[in-house]
Design a protein around this ligand. Structure first.
Ligand SMILES: [Zn+2]
Length: 68
């Protein structure tokens, strides 16, 4: 069964210009894995990345930083 977890995409140094699109830097507090994802910020300021969990099955302990 295929799980939709933590697909790490290489970020090609692309500058996010369009409004509402941000880069999210996520670091797992358990194993230290770092993910850089593209997310979309909605009008409420909530950022949706589609990120589910780390490779180590950690789902909630992350340091999350929004890169603008
Ligand atoms: Zn982890």
């Amino acid at each position: 069964m295929r799980t939709d977890t933590a697909t790490v995409q290489e970020v090609n140094g692309e500058t996010v210009v369009a409004s509402g699109r941000v880069k999210i830097h996520i670091r797992c507090r358990k194993c230290g894995e770092v993910f850089i994802l593209r997310g979309v910020r909605d009008v409420k300021g909530h950022v949706e990345t589609g990120f589910r969990r780390c490779l180590c099955d950690n789902e909630r302990e992350f340091d999350i930083e929004t890169l603008v």
